[in-house]
Design a protein around this ligand. Structure first.
Ligand code: HEC
Length: 122
């Protein structure tokens, strides 16, 4: 029997809900159009942030990476390392991401759902 094999085995619909309605990843990872609206044609493709801190923040990172499977991050990390990052807040290099990326410490099933949703994107 032919089954579609994905690297991520989480629930895609739940992942979409967690990304879009709970964690709001798109607020920082999706470019905006001229009107300041999120550009649906470049959903989660990474961007330059449109906000900055009022006081200097150590390591502030003004750009966010592409979270879709065609991006460099997926090629470097893959589903497993992405899942681990979302459950520990620590990347494969052994440290947290720079501000303002939150250090999520999600439940494994929630992290897997997010990664499955991201993998479903183009
Ligand atoms: C408040 C803004 C913000 C939100 C919300 C946000 N991110 Fe980020 N994210 C960033 C920034 C900025 C970076 C770049 C930080 C860096 O390179 O260290 C980043 C980096 C990352 C990285 C790469 C980390 C690394 O160490 O290279 C991943 C993976 C990621 N985000 C996933 C997500 C996911 C999934 C969500 C939602 C569950 C999310 N982000 C929500 C701003 C955000």
């Amino acid at each position: 029997m032919a089954t579609v094999v994905r690297a991520a085995d989480g629930d895609v619909d739940r992942g979409k809900y967690l990304v879009e309605e709970v964690a709001k990843c798109q607020d920082c990872h999706t470019p905006r159009d001229a009107k300041g609206e999120l550009d649906k044609s470049r959903w989660l493709k990474g961007t330059t942030l449109d906000f900055q801190p009022m006081k200097p923040v150590d390591g502030w990172h003004a750009t966010s990476p592409d979270l879709t499977p065609s991006g460099r991050l997926w090629k470097r990390w893959g589903a497993e390392k992405l899942t681990r990052f979302l459950t520990t807040g620590i990347g494969p290099g052994g440290h947290a991401a720079d501000a303002p990326m939150p250090a999520f410490r999600l439940r494994e099933d929630d992290a897997k759902a997010i990664v499955a949703y991201l993998e479903s994107l183009k």
